[in-house]
Design a protein around this ligand. Structure first.
Ligand SMILES: CC(C)(COP(=O)(O)OP(=O)(O)OC[C@H]1O[C@@H](n2cnc3c(N)ncnc32)[C@H](O)[C@@H]1OP(=O)(O)O)[C@@H](O)C(=O)NCCC(=O)NCCS
Length: 186
């Protein structure tokens, strides 16, 4: 059955709310401790309704089952679910954010994350953005590096429960002619 990519809707939220923590628990092993992963699920990972309402959050389906989710955004929020969005508006105006990528347990290393990333990059390019940036989890770093992102800076985010969670800010330059000014007004 081929993989298909479509825009997420609010009707997907219950499925995504289960997929995201399950993905984090299964695929963070070896990168974060179990305690760090649980703190991240509580304070960082989660659905962002703004992305869904913007029409910039995508899901990958196989045989009608959602196997991954991830999105892009023209907004300044760099990472975090609805429980704790963290912003970054210090990037050039031609920079779109890559947000909240999660592949279902058992579906990793099939190229699904890469398929989703390039679908997001294409949508961002169509909207006129020339650069992509993101806050990578530690499991995300080798994935994004393989897809051409470069490491900008390591970041430690101190969560409300005191957990110090390590991330890496990363970016990639896209081919194309530059942003169409005024196309989006966040
Ligand atoms: C990061 C994540 C989205 C990658 O999804 P994926 O579908 O497994 O990625 P792909 O199969 O497209 O991988 C493409 C390439 O990235 C690299 N890569 C991906 N995961 C990797 C890992 N755990 N370790 C080393 N390299 C990895 C490999 O080079 C891979 O190619 P290969 O399998 O041919 O060697 C997935 O592991 C995930 O959901 N992690 C948990 C949630 C998370 O941390 N998300 C990132 C948020 S910023």
């Amino acid at each position: 059955m081929p993989l298909t990519v479509r825009v997420a809707t609010r009707a997907d939220v219950p499925v995504l709310s289960e997929l995201i923590p399950a993905s984090a628990r299964a695929l963070s092993a070896g990168f974060y401790t179990a305690a760090e992963t649980e703190a991240a699920i509580r304070h960082v990972f989660g659905v962002n309704l703004q992305l869904i309402d913007d029409g910039t959050y995508l899901v990958v389906e196989e045989d009608g089952v959602i196997v991954a989710c991830g999105g892009w955004s023209f907004r300044p929020t760099l990472y975090g679910g609805d429980q704790r969005p963290v912003g970054a508006d210090d990037a050039p105006g031609d920079t779109a954010k890559i947000r909240a990528f999660f592949v279902a347990p058992g579906q990793a290393r099939r190229g699904i994350g890469g398929l989703l990333l390039e679908a997001c990059a294409e949508a961002a390019r169509r909207a006129g953005f020339r650069r992509l940036e993101l806050m990578a989890t530690l499991p995300g770093v080798p994935f994004y590096a393989r897809l051409g992102f470069r490491e900008v800076a390591p970041v430690v985010d101190t969560l409300p429960d005191g957990t110090r969670l390590r991330f890496v800010r990363m970016e990639r330059t896209e081919p194309g002619r530059g942003r169409v000014p005024g196309r989006f007004a966040p």
